[in-house]
Design a protein around this ligand. Structure first.
Ligand code: FAD
Ligand code: NAP
Length: 469
């Protein structure tokens, strides 16, 4: 009997798992019985922008934390799939920092070509999972979010790929209930247009604070104040943006900061990160971690230490994304089919400890990038995932971080070379600070309706859009 594999979530990680099995099938391996559960009506996870409030059309809490005018915050050359390049998908060089819709098109294109959609049960949320130690099978309770119909499924292997940037971390601040303006978490932020002319306070000092702050600046916010807990980001901000240490007290519109300064604000956006949350799993199978590069208890960052039939993909904080999820999915696949032998619990534990010790000693972004590069390399070396020049991707991450330090509003205008095809990206037709249309059509066809594009590219875009309808 072929193994029965359940995959929970069809975001980039779950899609990578589908692609990994399909790649093996193409080389003659038997396909397991696969069922992938996706609670939304389409795949793409965070990149599937199909809801506009905190609750989606099916009454479920909206999964994605993305927003209008979200452009990739890292170079696309760092996330490129080794087995499906940007050149293959778009048929011509594109820029290094595309908007969300363009990356959605890219990740969807690969799996559409792989004919794996048939394995996905859309509109189907997993509500509960049990594992029977005696029979070594998982029982998964799912529910169709449209009809309410529930079902039970049985699997030998289970992959959890539900992401960990959806459930907001909401800290308390003294007096915040007296604040009369809008208070939201980054998860609920959908666009900065309405903050034109407003004074904004962002709490947090990581990617969301930086990007939403600069979106607000781009859309004409009067001022942006970034309040940090540990350390300031220290970028060369535009003059309307300042960093302050943590808020200690709200008194109406006024926020007091720990350095004794204060300010008056119209809105507060909590950019305070996300919680690992798996409400469908018993605590014995649940990750409990903050957002780190190596959550504990996962052998090779993928295999649950106490149950090697259980796999997590994408559970790490992420420099690498799509190609790291691939490396993990290929590794998980080979463990599931017995191609990779799992060492003893003691050896696995020692391996986990080695990574955790190295993680604890990391200082700064460059070392973090080295760390995740080595991690991805180790996974790729263990499987037949196509090798690519990880050292040059690592160097690219460092260039990217340097560019951010030099010009926080301009780093997205830089061009980079693909480590896989050697193709140099094209400068985008519009600088990021001026780009007000984040659609796939505008991205590919030029700055205005009248711009002449080359005929092949136009045909290509129209063809692909037609295919998506
Ligand atoms: P997700 O994309 O979160 O997908 C998880 C899937 O699981 C979803 O489709 C969800 O509906 C489904 N699901 C959840 N619970 C259940 C359930 N109980 N039953 C069934 N299905 C379920 N990465 C980049 O490389 N570049 C970027 O520019 C970038 N920008 C980002 C911006 C924001 C605001 C955020 C939050 C993240 C960004 N990321 C970016 C990182 C992003 O997390 C990854 O690119 C990627 O989406 C992670 O894929 P995933 O499949 O692990 O998780
Ligand atoms: P994050 O990287 O986990 O950062 C969370 C931030 O919240 C940290 O600065 C943390 O401070 C702060 N924080 C947590 N608890 C706090 C508290 N009690 N008080 C004050 N501050 C607190 O989360 P994120 O910035 O939301 O990023 C999540 C993911 O989204 C990343 O993968 C990122 O790349 C992605 N993203 C991408 C884009 C894009 O442009 N494409 C935009 C936004 C987000 P400490 O430093 O003190 O821990």
């Amino acid at each position: 009997m072929s193994i029965r594999v359940g995959i929970i979530g069809a975001g980039p990680s779950g899609m990578a798992q589908l692609r990994a099995f399909e790649a093996a099938r193409k080389q003659g391996a038997a396909m397991p019985e696969i069922t992938c559960f996706e609670k939304q009506s389409d795949w793409g996870g965070q990149w599937n922008y199909s809801w506009h409030t905190g609750i989606d059309g099916a009454g479920e809490s909206a999964h994605s934390s993305m927003y209008r005018h979200l452009w990739s915050n890292g170079p696309k050359e760092c996330l490129e799939f080794a087995d499906y390049t940007f050149d293959e998908h778009f048929g011509r060089p594109i820029s290094s920092f595309p908007p969300r819709a363009v990356l959605f098109d890219y990740i969807s294109g690969r799996v559409e070509k792989s004919d794996v959609r048939k394995y996905v049960r859309f509109n189907t949320a997993v509500r509960w999972v049990n594992y029977d130690e005696a029979t070594e099978v998982f029982t998964v309770e799912s529910q169709n979010v449209k009809t309410g119909a529930s079902e039970t499924h049985v699997f030998d292997k289970l992959v959890v790929s539900t992401g960990h940037f959806s459930v907001p971390n909401i800290p308390e601040f003294e007096g915040i209930n007296t604040f009369p303006g809008e208070i939201m978490h980054a998860h609920d932020f959908r666009g900065a247009e309405r903050f034109a002319g407003k004074d904004l306070l962002m709490i947090g000092s990581s990617y969301s604070a930086e990007d939403i702050g600069m979106q607000a600046h781009k859309m004409g916010a009067a001022s942006v104040t970034l309040s940090y807990r540990s350390s300031p980001m220290g970028y060369d901000w535009p003059s309307s943006t300042v960093e302050r240490p943590l808020v200690t007290l709200f008194e109406g519109r006024t926020a007091q900061f720990s350095d004794g300064t204060s300010g008056e604000f119209d809105a507060v956006i909590l950019c305070t990160g996300y919680l690992h949350k798996y409400p469908f799993l018993p605590s014995t199978m649940t990750i409990s971690s903050s957002n780190v590069l190596y959550p504990g208890n996962l052998y090779k960052g993928v295999v649950w230490q106490q149950n090697t039939n259980l796999f997590y993909l994408g559970a790490q904080d992420q420099y690498y994304t799509f190609n790291m999820f691939d490396a993990q999915a290929w590794f998980a696949r080979d463990v599931m089919v017995g191609k990779i032998e799992i060492p003893t619990a003691e050896d696995r534990s020692a391996d986990i400890s080695r990574w955790l010790e190295r993680q604890n000693a990391l200082k700064g972004h460059d070392e973090e990038s080295d760390f995740q590069t080595d991690y991805v390399r180790e996974l790729i070396n263990a499987t037949d995932y196509p090798e690519f020049d990880l050292d040059s991707v690592n160097a690219l991450f460092k260039d990217w971080m340097r560019h951010k330090s030099e010009d926080i509003l301009g780093y997205r205008d830089q061009t980079h070379r693909s480590a896989i095809t050697g193709t140099m990206s094209e400068p985008h037709h519009t600088r990021w600070i001026n780009a007000m249309d984040d659609s796939l059509e505008r991205y590919l066809n030029g700055p205005s309706e009248n711009v002449n594009t080359n005929a092949m590219a136009t045909l290509d875009v129209e063809g692909r859009l037609a295919g998506h309808k």
